[in-house]
Design a protein around this ligand. Sequence first.
Ligand code: PLP
Length: 465
Amino acid sequence: MDGRDGRDGRDGRDGDGTERSARRDDAVRAAVEQGLLGPGTPIVGLLDITGIREAAAELRAAFDAVTAPGTPVLHAFAVKATPLVPVLRLLHTEGIGAEVASPGELALARAAGVPPNRTVLDSPAKTPAELREALALGIAVNADNPQELDRIDALMRSATSRSPLGIRVNPQVGGGSIEATSTATATSKFGVALRDEGAHEWVVRAYADRPWLTRLHAHTGSQGIPLSLMVQGVAETYALAEEINRRLGRPQIDTLDIGGGLPVNFGSDDTTPTYAQYARLLSEAVPGLFDGRYGLVTEFGRSLLAKHGTVVARVEYAKSAGGRPVAITHAGVQVATRTVYAPGAWPLRIAAYDGKGRPKEGPAVVQDVAGPACFSGDLLAEGRALPLLEQGDHAAALDTGAYYFAHHYAYNSLARPGIYGFAPDGAGGIAFATVREPQSLDEIVAESGGAHTDSLTTLRAPDHR
Ligand SMILES: *Cc1c(COP(=O)(O)O)cnc(C)c1O
């Protein structure tokens, strides 16, 4: 772990955690001062633009440091992680493309101006229409299974396409500590399960029969997956590409898509592991991947955005139950769905701020931090030692830039909070930019069938007189 030698750029531990928490504290205070957060708007999502730009630069530098000069490398952000158009645009300007997995995600990437040649389509349930559109646009597509490849065959017979095409394989190297996000288990629903009987030979034949199949894809990492297992997944995918090219006697596979899935440290402000560490491990374990014979695609999501988002909520009431203090806040299951339903797998750090948005001092008191939804399990944190949260204070759920407040869950018809990016204003203060407006009550009604109020009462029922 010698990331301080300068060769790999920042290693994420040279004080960037301290800088990050200082930027967050400034932003929370400014959000209260500038009225983004207050009694009438008791919850807000904040994105640290400086941090996002730094993460994108660290990712590019990490792979630049280990790839042969001139190797084409596309870092495609997994849109799933933070499906917000201005975020995709920001990443695009930082040299990061888009990995999309639904018509909605493709629409977001296009709205952000991400060009087709910087976009990759990967979902497990692509319809014929989606495939046709992707091939017409020239977007890279990874076929998930033999039936999907049949559909692509039909499209390739009827039209030409500039789309780079590949097959997604599952090296079945095993899962990590979180079952729901483990993609490389024996029975995972993704890709062609390579160790199943006949699968390996089927893949080799698929390439032999289709000179236009030039890519190979695997995505084996995710939260809870050890780096060694991610590296093994990439190594096995590389070995398969080498075998196919050797058996075909030509370098038909010219690009490997190694997926995303770098785990995120939810336990402190430090970035661990870093992209530099992962790229270095990969280059030691699979040197041939970086010698210039293969172009590379990566698909990182959570690791690019998680640590740059904070959801801040007002403490509406502070009460006590069974001798335990409970802060009733406006952030719960609607913005932290995974944490509320699976708290053991997805614990979040909570920071306490006072009514003015200043870090709250005081002795740690074991307390619950609850959300606004009407079920008892709606807890951001249970039995957490923090300075005592009181009415009018603020609770911040940290590291929520990916898979949290951008993934609204409409329980209790709670409104989607506004999301704002923040950066220094150049005069010692903080400037905010709107990423997403708070959802209005009219929008909630409209999205809940408001245009069809009488549709059920006027539907003719059988006459029972
Ligand atoms: C979800 C996903 C990613 C991103 O995973 P992270 O853990 O957010 O980095 C990348 N590729 C595919 C195919 C995915 O499904």
